[in-house]
Design a binder for this molecule. Structure first.
Ligand code: PLP
Length: 477
């Protein structure tokens, strides 16, 4: 068996790849045509011969890595995906190798226990009561929170909506969703919310969008207007969703006031913290989520601001019973009825075979420590603020909003098309990789500053590059 030598070789090549990426010497993005890549990687030949080991493997992996988008590159500024810490990648490797499908305890006691522990750790950060560890404790207090790790925030949002739907309309599980159900959400909510409406069968038209201020944050005083409209249409609200923070520009909704409104109306309050809940780890910035403890559920992605490799998202609920009821009408709430020393997550998730996602999260956390992760998050947020202060005072540039997290949207004076042209040219050259977004119907260039190696010099070089591209575009007109 060549496991050891192949694995050692792969790790060595990955280490070189990491050093090369961090140095910024190679393009951060290199988009070649799909057909060329399939050919260059010799995919068909390897499948036929079954020879992907030793030298063949070495050649393949080097080629493969040369065709990746480099998330460890300091000019990686595009999407909200972590530049993963190697400890998390080792967690993914160990999980893949052991392949303990841990949704039932007997299939992965270590993985299940770590997930249970990590869920409790996250619950405490939200300010909720962690789940009991020992069986006997469970009888003493029934009021504790719970959660599950899922393959991504979109699935976690869907799961939350299923749980909320089953609470307001328990008959749905057998008979299907009643026709009078609706959702309340910010206009700038992630598209997984509208998708959840589609999947639940209430339809995307049943999403009532809440009024927002210029930054895109929900205006609490205006919630009743939309709520009344929903009621007047003969609808019942499954849940009210708030952003923490919004995907496009990274703005936090005022959770305290929204929480009060929901409590008053006995409405399920869901916080979509897929991107921004991680600031709960920072003493300095956790105030952004003030009021989150009033929520019924929150989604929190570890593969965004926690340096964990994809995927690893948490759905957390204040009352564990609400998630235990998500996929069963008659759920037995804890440790199930069967005689076993642990806990089955299977009744909390869409998934059947489920990877041990807790391990990659735990390994990053345990490598950096809570303090280290908190420092990383604060650094990203502060660098984003510095980038904002720098860009806003440049002639010919403007920013969408003052950032609250690590997302910054800016544009050059000119048309939407100009922004798109600039981004296309940046992508073609491959020195910088950023994204674009539409906000208040205007196109912006968008930075998600995920990489711990990014600094203000990178941002300044990006601006220089953008100016050069702009000058060329001006000349060609
Ligand atoms: C990224 C994001 C999601 C989707 O999460 P995935 O893990 O990409 O599925 C949902 N909501 C918000 C606010 C996000 O930023």
């Amino acid at each position: 068996m060549s496991f050891l030598s192949d694995a050692e070789m792969v790790i060595k090549v990955l280490n070189e790849y990491y050093i090369e990426s961090v140095s910024g010497k190679r393009p951060v993005i290199n988009q070649r045509p799909l057909g060329e890549i399939i050919n260059d990687l010799n995919l068909a030949a390897h499948v036929k011969k079954g020879d992907l080991s030793q030298d063949h493997l070495l050649k393949f992996i080097k080629k493969y890595l040369s065709l990746t988008t480099r998330l460890h590159h300091p000019s990686y500024l595009a999407h909200q995906v972590a530049a993963p810490h190697y400890a998390g990648a080792l967690g993914s490797l160990i999980d893949g190798f052991t392949n303990n499908a841990m949704a039932i305890y007997e299939m992965g006691p270590a993985a299940s226990s770590i997930e249970y522990f990590m869920i409790n750790w996250l619950l405490e950060k939200v300010g909720w009561q962690p789940s009991p560890i020992e069986n006997e404790q469970e009888n003493k207090k029934d009021h504790f929170a719970g959660g599950v790790l899922t393959h991504g925030g979109s699935l976690a949002n869907l799961t939350a909506m299923i749980a909320a739907r089953n609470k307001i309309a328990p008959e749905s599980w057998k008979k299907g969703s009643p026709k009078d159900l609706a959702l309340l959400a910010p206009a700038g909510c992630h598209y997984s919310i509208a998708r959840a409406a589609g999947i639940l069968g209430i339809g995307q038209d049943a999403v009532y969008y809440l009024e927002a201020d210029r930054k895109g944050a929900i205006i609490p005083d205006r919630i009743p207007v939309v709520y009344e409209k929903l009621m007047n249409n003969g609808k019942r609200a499954i849940a009210l969703i708030a952003n923490a923070c919004s995907t496009a520009v990274g703005i936090y909704d005022p959770l305290m006031e929204i929480g009060d409104f929901c409590a008053d109306k006995d409405l399920w309050f869901h916080v979509d913290g897929a991107h921004g809940a991680s600031v709960l780890l920072s003493e300095k910035y956790k105030y952004r989520l003030k009021g989150v403890e009033k929520a019924d559920s929150i989604v929190w992605d570890a593969h965004k601001l926690m340096r964990v490799p994809t995927l690893c998202a948490a759905l957390l609920v204040r009352d564990h019973k609400n998630i235990d009821r998500a996929f069963e009408q008659e759920a037995s709430y804890i440790f199930h009825d069967k005689e076993q020393p642990g806990f089955d997550f299977i009744h909390r998730t869409v998934e059947c075979t489920k990877a041990g996602l807790g391990l990659r999260l735990f390994m990053v956390l345990a490598a950096l420590g809570e303090g280290g992760l908190s420092e990383y998050i604060e650094h990203q947020v502060e660098l984003t603020m510095d980038a904002f202060e720098y860009i806003r005072q440049l002639p010919g540039f403007e920013c969408a909003v003052k950032p609250q997290c690590n997302i910054l949207c800016f544009r050059l004076e000119g048309s939407d098309n100009l922004q798109l042209k600039i981004r296309d040219q940046l992508n073609t050259e491959g020195e910088f990789y950023l994204s674009t977004t539409s906000f208040n119907n205007v196109r912006y260039l968008r930075l998600s500053i995920m990489n711990p190696h990014t600094n203000l010099d990178v941002i300044k070089q990006l601006i220089q590059k953008i100016r050069k591209i702009k000058a060329k575009i001006d000349q060609s007109i």
